[in-house]
Ligand binder design. Structure first.
Ligand SMILES: Cc1cc2nc3c(=O)[nH]c(=O)nc-3n(C[C@H](O)[C@H](O)[C@H](O)COP(=O)(O)OP(=O)(O)OC[C@H]3O[C@@H](n4cnc5c(N)ncnc54)[C@H](O)[C@@H]3O)c2cc1C
Length: 293
């Protein structure tokens, strides 16, 4: 299939891109790795495409003490190679194939908001945010926290006429362990289900993909955290294992996945429990090793 007809715009700077978006309310074209297939399959038919690839200054990857800021034109592969955030790097290796990662953008992936995509879960579990700009006679920017950014399946808080200019991924503290576990039918496919985990000495947080309309974030309560003593002391394969299993069951129990042609709802639910246990245990072990515990 060929895409339906559209008018193509190629602005050179941010104000120009935002003015064009304000006028025509077209779709932003970033890496095109999701949008172009959707056009070709006639799942979308925007009258205008605003290609941001020539806009200067949007491809930055800035790592600071507080975290990493990724510009709208930073490609998956660039961010993966930069290796500036352990969880982001790990998640990026699970996104599609290298060829797609050479063009696809981190911010595009967030805006696209596929419920099975890895990067929305990373932003959600870290409590990151996205900066969204629009033209209001001048460039105006608002910052949207992750918990408000993912609105529903394939729907983010970026409205018509808006451009997501960057995403912020908070840094991990010292001695924090992370993991990302997923199962896909073929290497590079979207996951049937997946779990990323961040475990500190006092807390554990996971975000699950493929089991809800948007990333399902679970903060394990104090009771669960207390249970984790064995794992946090590096004993994940002993007492910690049983306790992580309880924590993983709590994660599984808050998910309510839907079935489709790829997997039944029951299978997805079972899978998320198994993956949560694995991710929590691995993250706890990594954190303990980093602390020399
Ligand atoms: C075969 C295949 C397998 C894939 N597997 C995976 C996978 O396993 N995991 C995964 O996460 N992804 C996967 N993807 C998707 C890939 O990661 C895309 O690159 C990503 O989802 C979108 O990024 P993009 O830059 O290509 O965005 P585009 O395709 O250009 O745009 C996607 C959508 O986001 C909007 N958009 C993009 N950037 C902005 C912006 N800055 N501001 C406002 N709106 C914007 C566009 O208007 C469009 O609606 C796969 C893609 C393919 C083709």
């Amino acid at each position: 299939m060929k895409p339906p007809p559209f008018t193509y715009h190629a602005p050179r700077d941010l104000p120009g891109a935002l003015r064009t978006l304000a006028e025509v309310r077209g779709k932003v074209l970033a890496g095109g790795q999701s949008l172009i297939p959707m056009l070709n399959m006639r799942l979308a038919a925007p009258e205008h495409l605003v290609d941001i690839n020539r806009v200067a200054g949007l491809d930055g990857i800035e790592a600071g003490r507080a975290g990493v800021t990724v510009g709208a034109l930073a490609r998956h592969a660039d961010v993966e190679r930069a290796g500036v955030h352990p969880l982001l790097t790990r998640a990026l290796r699970l996104v599609a194939h290298p060829v797609i990662r050479n063009r696809g953008t981190v911010v595009g992936s967030l805006v696209h908001a596929d419920p099975a995509a890895e990067l929305p879960a990373v932003l959600a579990v870290l409590g990151g945010s996205v900066r969204v700009a629009r033209w209001d006679g001048r460039v105006t920017v608002r910052e949207v926290p992750a918990e408000e950014f993912f609105v529903g399946p394939m729907e983010s808080a970026v409205g018509p006429g808006e451009l997501a200019v960057s995403a912020f991924f908070p840094a991990l503290g010292e001695g924090v362990g992370v993991a990302f576990e997923e199962v896909a039918r073929r290497h590079g496919d979207y996951a049937l289900a997946g779990v990323c985990a961040v475990v500190t000495p006092d807390s554990a947080r996971v975000a699950c993909i493929g089991v809800g309309a948007r990333p399902v974030v679970v903060d394990l309560d104090r009771g669960a955290a207390d249970h984790r003593g064995g794992a946090d002391r590096g004993g994940a394969d002993r007492g910690g294992c049983r306790d992580w299993r309880e924590a993983a069951a709590a994660v599984r129990d808050v998910t309510d996945p839907e079935g489709d042609i790829h997997a039944s709802a029951a299978y997805r639910r079972h899978l998320v429990g198994v993956l949560a246990e694995r991710a929590l245990r691995d993250a706890a072990r990594e954190g303990a090793a980093a602390r020399g515990a």
